[in-house]
Write a protein that binds this ligand. Sequence first.
Ligand SMILES: *[C@@H]1O[C@H](CO)[C@@H](O)[C@H](O)[C@H]1NC(C)=O
Ligand SMILES: *[C@@H]1O[C@H](CO)[C@@H](O)[C@H](O)[C@H]1NC(C)=O
Length: 322
Amino acid sequence: MGFPGSVPLVLLLSACCILAAAQLPLVINTWPFKGATQRAWDTLQSGGSAVDAVEKGCSQCEVDQCDGTVGYGGSPDEHGETTLDAMIMNGNTIELGAVGDLRRIKSAISVARAVMEHSSHSLLVGQSASMFAQNMGFLSEDLMTNKSLSMHAEWLSKNCQPNFWKNVIPNARKSCGPYKRMKGPWSKKHRMPVKVANVHNHDTIGMIVIDKSSTVVAGTTTNGASHKIPGRVGDSPIAGAGAYADSTVGAAAATGMGDIMMRFLPSYQAVEYMRMGIEPTAACQNAIKRIQKYYPKLFGAMICANRTGGYGKCSKQTLSDE
Ligand SMILES: *[C@@H]1O[C@H](CO)[C@@H](O)[C@H](O)[C@H]1NC(C)=O
Ligand SMILES: *[C@@H]1O[C@H](CO)[C@@H](O)[C@H](O)[C@H]1NC(C)=O
């Protein structure tokens, strides 16, 4: 036990969970997924490393199926299959492991760690990532549950609404596929309606852990967007987008409309703002503002922490009709 006598300070901000004692160590994550925060904290307290803490904390969410947006049995794709994206980044060594579109393996964050520790790659995707995982000893199993099957059945019964297609025939706003390309010029009515882009379709756990010796580690895990086109990989496993960590500065993690946010590398940007001496809250805000210049209605949230344990968050909860 690292802090005899100290009572962990538990703050529940609107979009975050935080555990911290006398500045460091620090555990902070997106959304009120308290089980994950506690697990990461307990891992540190029992002598685990910051990498262990991020892995165990995020794993807890995969097991708990946090909000149905992390782990198995949620966010079925167009074929009804749940697929997972995850990453972990060690800010001491700038090593990173990530998986995208991972199929039939429940513990995505642990597979991401295996990519980091047992390969020289950074990102493995799809069926081949599942084969890597099986070779590393992970169990291959069905990720579908009654809940994800019924979500998929309901989606089919509603003419495959909502979906992520645009500029196709037949009109994706009214019909199921298969779709073909529509010749331009295209009008806005072929785009995704506002209600698709809501917060519950875009949750993710992003976590930052800083241990007593200022080792900064960040991680993410998610089952992505419901009814996504098979093969879609979101921002969560992309370095600098879903998360970024550099122990000489701090770390950031982002959640929201990943398809748009990944184009701006907001986590990398926020870390760079902190490197310039900007405080964590302002670093988060500035990174989101850069996206809003192009996408004013974006929904996005970020957490930022600097190496001395200062932290901040910001969220922009407006819907988009991109
Ligand atoms: C899933 O649904 C099947 C058939 O509808 C039912 O037999 C089974 O008990 C359900 N499983 C769970 C875990 O609810
Ligand atoms: C970290 O952020 C806090 C504010 O949250 C600030 O007081 C502190 O100076 C920052 N540390 C560094 C090294 O920039």
